[in-house]
Design a binder for this molecule. Sequence first.
Ligand SMILES: Cc1cc2nc3c(=O)[nH]c(=O)nc-3n(C[C@H](O)[C@H](O)[C@H](O)COP(=O)(O)O)c2cc1C
Length: 167
Amino acid sequence: MRVLLIYHSRSGVTHSLMKAIGAELEARNHLTTYVRLEAERPLSILGACWAALRRRGVKLRTELPRSLMGYDLVLIAGPVHAGRPSAELNTFLDSMPDAIGRRVAVFATHGGGNSDEHLRSVKVKVERAGGLIIYEDAVSRGTVSKPLELAGCARNIVEQVLRPSVW
Ligand SMILES: Cc1cc2nc3c(=O)[nH]c(=O)nc-3n(C[C@H](O)[C@H](O)[C@H](O)COP(=O)(O)O)c2cc1C
């Protein structure tokens, strides 16, 4: 299976989560492609909160995939900023290529707050692009910082996204 892992990570937590999930997929012989969304000019903390609250994007220096059709599964992830998706993730979601029929899993990492609005907002945009949500999860910064917990979490996630009922 070809898997795209596309994510924003300001301080590395989401990056570590995606790498752990990717490693688990690779161990099962799936092909992974990583795209880390990066702003042309990084936002300050205040700027990041403000942009997230206003549901704004930011200009990216990352080249975005022009199509998702070459992937069987797309994982979309980012940190919760002020309860919402980050500006970098918004930019991708607001210009998302057609995802018609693509299976999509959505992830938020957080510092202990509520991720519901973040996940809801991402899912609405994915579904608008035609994607089928097969899994969603919110993972805390604390879990990602503990290697054993992270490995267990990544294993569970991969078992969920590969569960036979969605393929
Ligand atoms: C600008 C900013 C806003 C944040 N807002 C929230 C929040 O509303 N709720 C929460 O639980 N964590 C919040 N956090 C913590 C991050 O979501 C959390 O540390 C996340 O795992 C960081 O992921 P990253 O290292 O991939 O950027 C915020 C962090 C930043 C920098």
